[in-house]
Design a protein around this ligand. Sequence first.
Ligand code: ATP
Ligand code: MG
Length: 560
Amino acid sequence: MSEPKDESAAPNFVRDIIADDLQSGKHQQIVTRFPPEPNGYLHIGHAKAICVDFGLAKEFGGRCNLRFDDTNPVKEETEFVESIKEDIKWLGFEWNEVHFTSDYFEQLYAWAEDLISAGKAYVDSQSPEEMKANRGDFGTPGTNSPHRNRSVEENLDLFRRMKGGEFDNGAHVLRAKIDMASPNMNLRDPSLYRILKAHHHRTGDTWCIYPTYDFAHGQSDAIEHITHSLCTLEFEAHRPLYEWFMDNLEVPATPRQIEFARLNFTYTVMSKRKLRQLVEEGHVGGWDDPRMPTLSGMRRRGFSPAALRNLCERVGVSKRNSFIDISLLEHAVRDDLNEHSPRYMGVMKPLEVVLENFPEGHTEWFEAPQFPGREDGGGIRRIPLTKTVLVEQDDFLEVPVKKWRRLAPGMEVRLRYAALITCKEVVKNGAGEVVRLICTWDPEAKGGNPADGRKVKGTLHWVSAEHGIPASVQNYDRLFTVESPGSGDTNFLEQINPDSLETLEGARVEPALAEAAAGTRIQFERLGYYCFDQDSKPGALRINRTITLRDTWAKAGKPG
Ligand code: ATP
Ligand code: MG
């Protein structure tokens, strides 16, 4: 692996198992897979699974397949297949092979017939309600189906007729004959095939029976010679069934299933059902709305793939499910952007400042470093100073509070990289609102360094009014106001943060950004990290605030 390991990397027990299996010679090379169901967009939780599946394969010189687990024709769409591929590539991973579980439908069907022939599967014709009632529960053993002892011939005949389309949805299911009294509910004669007369996004109308997740998953792993089948903890109780299929079928390999904890975050929701609801009911602009925990949303917002990979590494891989504080994600994002985002200036809510002793029509150019913190400055950009400049409305107070170091009548401040200015006069409109400041500048202090060495403490960001480029800026905040939306009896939709999106149409940015490409990530000094939206173009800049410079939630528990 090319990237240096983060020093703060947390334990990863799957890494240890793989290292042991290679060391002991159990495997010469490992093969993993990432198995999304194409029924939605990937979210940050999936990023963890991707980092584990692809990341460990890469780290140990193994292979990782992308397998679309498309056994449920009703909810799946090609749009999701494409977005999933794009998101994985964006995260920085490559698959060795792409497969679809639907490619294995013939083989899976043949294995189902093998089980029937061996007397290990039967067609059950109970109604779904009867089947549910006869399953029992954790304290009560189930009851055998009256159809459990059908002959092999009868079962084969019924199963073939199921496949042939003779029956309606729900009329029959194929079940494994295991143990209706097993303490593990998954072993109480689990369903292997159900009738679903639905169009499949790849196989069309070829099939009207579809394998269940349990019947398809392990066998697909075996077909692909997966060595380590990594999944999340909710499948732990399915493992005995996974192994039962391996033991009772002629499979070409015997993968090992290993479960790890899901990644969950505070202040967001991650179930696809809820994410879909947010999209379909219009609470957000789409799956890629920058407030969504989807990878496409985070990409649009300006989160970098490296930040997400680092986060997954820091969280580690364990067997204990937990909620991770969203601020950990935000820290990872800030760390990475701080390192990689060139600095610029932009004024979000402009206030006009006229420099009365600055020559009319003149432009004074200054050079400013892209990375002021670095010794070599990391490159430069040129910044024009003109007679009229724009500063942030928030940087002026007519009656300053204690320790105010920004603009106020009579006060001198620095315009970053360029000048020292002193406020002489405040111009108001008829409504008493401040519309303009009249200031003087010190022509002896070009660049902002006074000749006499006097101290000027406040430094403001600014842009030239003549050269500043208009931009529409979107400020995003957490989508929910509470740590665990939807917990208890509350509807998660009622806990949406009403201030999660603020649009500033009047922002102006320095001219060096006029041609910035969509996707460009920058820092606006003193404000935060920003990313040019995918719809941004020269002449119509659209900029998303990725995150503020500091955590505004930490102290107040609310946006500041
Ligand atoms: P959801 O329950 O939100 O619908 P899912 O688990 O059904 O998600 P899949 O498409 O089946 O979504 O997931 C593909 C892979 O990603 C699976 O191996 C799954 O275990 C893993 N995965 C899903 N959510 C998370 C999560 N929050 N943390 C870690 N891995 C996850
Ligand atoms: Mg799933």
